[in-house]
Write a protein that binds this ligand. Structure first.
Ligand code: NAD
Ligand code: MG
Ligand code: MG
Length: 338
C-alpha cells in the first residue's frame, strides 16, 4: 500500500483556485482554518443566520450562503452531517456548482449508499482525515497533521487524485501520511470501526465496567477513575508504541489479568456479533436504519443523548473533571468557538 506525503503533493493545483467548505462543525471548522493557514483561498458556505455563521466570521473566514459558496468555487467539500447531505446537494449544491468543479466529501457514505448522484461533469473525491475534526485542527496548529485517506469516485479531469492529494496536504494530512483507498472500503471500515470498537464498543465497555463496580457497592468516583479516566492513559501508551509498549508500561499483574480476563469479556460470541455488524454495514442494512432515523426526526439520537447525560458516570465524571483543571487547559472542544 502506497503512502503519500507533502513532498508528493502539488499544492499549485489549489493555488489561484477557490475552495468552498460547506459546514462549520467538527470537520468544517478544522478544514477551513487549516486551508486558510496553508494560504488557500477559502469561503465557508452556511445556512444564513445560523450559529456557525457567527463562529466562522469570528474566526476571520469569509462566509456566504451554501449555494453562493458552491457557485464561486473550483473545489467544494461538503462537511455537514451525513444525513443532511443528500438534500443539501440536490437543493443548494447541484444547481450552483460550476461545470468541471471538484465535489468532495470527508466520508463515503452518501456516494456509496446512493444518497448523492453527482452530476457527470464533476470530479468526485474524498479526503477523510482519520481523526475527529477538533484534533485535525489542534494537530495542525501544533505543526503536525493527522493521517488521512483519499479516494476518487469520478475523474472527469484526469487530475482528481492529484487534486485530492493537494487538499489532503493543505489540511495537514501529508505531514503524517495519506493513503489512497476507495469509497466502499473507507465507508465500510469507518462505520465498522466506530460502531464495533471506537464508539459503540468502547462506550458500552466503559459503562458496563462502571455499572459492575457501582452495583457491587464500590464508590462511583473509584469506578469512574478505573473504568473511564484511566482508559485514556492506557490508550495513549497503545497509540504511542502499540500493545507491546502498553504492556511494558503496566505492571506484570495488570498484564497477566489482561491475558486471563480479556477473552472472558470479548468472547467468541462478541466476535460473531462483530461479523454480523459488518454484514449489516456491507448489505446497506445499517445505512437504511440511519436514513430512516433521520427521516423520523432522530428519535433514537435524542432519547439516547438524554439517557447518557443522566447516567451516573456522566454526572460523577463532570464533578471529578472540575477538580482536574489541567484537562480544560488543553481542551479540544469549546462549543462557543468550534
Ligand atoms: P457536524 O455535525 O459537526 O456539522 C455541523 C455543521 O453542519 C454546522 O455548520 C451546521 O450548521 C451544519 N448543518 C447541520 N445541519 C445542516 C443542514 N440540514 N443543512 C446545512 N447545514 C447543516 O459534522 P461533522 O461531524 O464534521 O461531519 C461532517 C462530515 O465529515 C461527515 O461526512 C462525517 O462523516 C465526516 N467526518 C466527520 C468526522 C468527525 O470528526 N466528526 C471524522 C471524519 C469524517
Ligand atoms: Mg465516521
Ligand atoms: Mg489499576
Amino acid at each position: 500500500m502506497r503512502v503519500f506525503y507533502d513532498k508528493d503533493a502539488d499544492l499549485s493545483l489549489l493555488r489561484g483556485k477557490k475552495v468552498a467548505v460547506i459546514g462549520y462543525g467538527s470537520q468544517g471548522h478544522a478544514h477551513a482554518l487549516n486551508l486558510k493557514d496553508s494560504q488557500i483561498d477559502v469561503v465557508v458556505g452556511l445556512r444564513e443566520g445560523g450559529d456557525s455563521w457567527r463562529k466562522a466570521q469570528a474566526a476571520g473566514l469569509s462566509v456566504a450562503s451554501m449555494s453562493e459558496a458552491a457557485g464561486m468555487a473550483d473545489f467544494v467539500i461538503v462537511l455537514i452531517p451525513d444525513e443532511t447531505i443528500g438534500k443539501v446537494y440536490r437543493e443548494s449544491i447541484a444547481p450552483a456548482i460550476r461545470e468541471g468543479a471538484t465535489l468532495a466529501f470527508a466520508h463515503g457514505f452518501n456516494i456509496h449508499y446512493g444518497q448523492v448522484s453527482p452530476r457527470a461533469d464533476l470530479d468526485v473525491v474524498m479526503i477523510a482525515p482519520k481523526a475527529p475534526g477538533h484534533t485535525v485542527r489542534s494537530t495542525y496548529v501544533d505543526g503536525g497533521g493527522v493521517p488521512g485517506l483519499i479516494a476518487v469516485a469520478q475523474d472527469r479531469s484526469g487530475q482528481a487524485r492529484d487534486v485530492a492529494l493537494a487538499y489532503a496536504s493543505a489540511i495537514g494530512c501529508g505531514r503524517s501520511g495519506v493513503i489512497e483507498t476507495n469509497f466502499r472500503e473507507e465507508t465500510e471500515t469507518d462505520l465498522f470501526g466506530e460502531q464495533a470498537v471506537l464508539c459503540g464498543g468502547a462506550v458500552e465497555l466503559i459503562k458496563a465496567g462502571f455499572d459492575t463496580l457501582v452495583e457491587a457497592g464500590y464508590a462511583p468516583e473509584m469506578a469512574y477513575f478505573e473504568c473511564l479516566h484511566e482508559l485514556k492513559l492506557i490508550v495513549d501508551l497503545i497509540y504511542e508504541g502499540g500493545i507491546g509498549t502498553m504492556n511494558y508500561g503496566i505492571s506484570n499483574n495488570a498484564e497477566f489479568g489482561e491475558y486471563l480476563t480479556g477473552p472472558r469479556i470479548v468472547t467468541a460470541e462478541t466476535r460473531a456479533a462483530m461479523k454480523a455488524v459488518l454484514a449489516d454495514i456491507q448489505t446497506g442494512e445499517y445505512a437504511k436504519a440511519f436514513i430512516l432515523e433521520s427521516q423520523a426526526g432522530a428519535p433514537t439520537l435524542q432519547s439516547r443523548r438524554r439517557l447518557t447525560a443522566a447516567h451516573p458516570i456522566e454526572t460523577v465524571g463532570a464533578k471529578l473533571r472540575d477538580m482536574m483543571p489541567w484537562i480544560q487547559r488543553t481542551a479540544l472542544v469549546d462549543k462557543t468557538r468550534n
